[in-house]
Design a protein around this ligand. Sequence first.
Ligand code: PGA
Length: 258
Amino acid sequence: MRKPFVAGNWKMNTDIASALALARDIADRIGRLDGIDVAVCPPFVYLHAVADALSSSNIALGAQNVFFQPNGAFTGEISAAMLKDLSCTYVIIGHSERRHVIGETDDLINKKISAAINNGLLPIFCVGELLEQRKAGKTSAVVTEQVKKGLAGLCTERIQAVTIAYEPVWAIGTGINATPEQAQEVHAMIRDLLACLYDKTIASNLRIQYGGSAKPDNTAQLMTQPDVDGLLVGGASLKADDFASMVETAVKIKTGSN
Ligand code: PGA
């Protein structure tokens, strides 16, 4: 039985006051919920303050990126050990905005995943196709290649630290979410691929989140899909009400409780 997992990706939003207010609001509403893992991923510069605001809740802290080197002359970069220092549990790696706006490659993403795990962080590893790739019938090929390259060299033990987030690029921030059937199809394909790359137990234990215009009004339909184990939420995670209601819906559907 996979524990549902909902994470909020705040992207490059909030300021110190609104980040703290949002974290406190989320902690007040859903900070004691059982049966689900919840994380928020604020900008690097607010991690420390948000960690304090979440300290008496069950909400975990995540970062939005990490560099693979342990330390040294890498101006502007942040290491996995630094994120651990700030109480991060999770780190988003390979988000489509980093792939397509910043130009991150599968090879770089693979190094980041490895460095994160080596330092005790749990990667949320994002994959997803562009609209033209979907239209050309290449979704499965694109996602397969991203998964294979991103996880290259990760042994059976280390892969268990990973959550995969399927985020079709055309659905991110557009208001157009993948249909529950489209999400389920790709999630099932990823799980089959994991069974080939590793084994059936790993494939059935690993959590796969959906991301891309997930909102309160489509959460139930998405979470009802058997291979959708949670959500990576962008825009809607900036509103405590919306995020809390999505988390409550997710746990209700997957566990029938709360
Ligand atoms: P969105 O972003 O929910 O605003 O579409 C999702 C993401 O980028 O993780």
